[in-house]
Design a protein around this ligand. Sequence first.
Ligand code: ZN
Length: 116
Amino acid sequence: MNVCKRRKKYKNVDVFSIAKLEAINMNVPKEITTYCPKCREHQAHAVSLYKAGKRRALAKGERHHKREKKGYGGQKYPLQREFAKTTKKQTLRLKCKKCGYTRHKEGIRLRKLAIV
Ligand SMILES: [Zn+2]
């Protein structure tokens, strides 16, 4: 995509508004045929949306972080309070229907992703 051309197109609009205009809704099919690295050929894949797992409060890193944050001046890095972006990158989970091998496909910034 040529950003400069788009800036010319929307002359009086700032960069973030252009990003908002470009944020789109997308429909993804439930099943797609794509390359499976394990089968080494194209196979039918089931498509689902990846979501980060629940954080375990008793994991070593979590305990360490909690300990570090204790007391006066305990915050180790500035907390992000204002966000410039209004969308998130959507990651697709592709599961091979033949061998069950699962891999992720990182997507683009979308306002809404629907699996149909
Ligand atoms: Zn496979």
